[in-house]
Design a protein around this ligand. Sequence first.
Ligand SMILES: [Zn+2]
Length: 159
Amino acid sequence: MTMIEIISEWIRLTNQQFVPQRKPCTEFKELFAGYFPEEFLATSYYVIVPQMPVPAYQFLEQHGLTDLFNRDLAGLTLNDTYYLIPGAEDNLRIHFHELVHVAQWQHWGVEDFVSRYLEELTNYGYDKMPLERMAYDLDALYVAGGPVVDVPRIIQALK
Ligand SMILES: [Zn+2]
């Protein structure tokens, strides 16, 4: 198995484990109206976790991924599900940000998204990488009150 396949499998198992606790994002349908279609929100989920799920430390170390998961993350998106630490669930901007990532995962697919994310992280660093810039720019747009853009649609139009 390649590193990407191992991560993808870990993501699948992690999300599966949290199915009983996850909540669909339809509760944001009014707040995020126009930005995310209701069908998209109905198949996006979040889970409040005391600690972020992380792959085994030895695996991370072996592949130079410790920095990525060492970051004090308030939110982490794994495909159609994002994880939030307690307290972050009241922060709409974080929900919005993670939903942008859900749309990115959906567009590129798990394995391609993971390799793209890691490649960008290596080449640009977290603060400048395009996938994160996109999510931060869009959550800033939301906080600023618009203009309203259909997030999954604009992401689907990307290469
Ligand atoms: Zn992000």
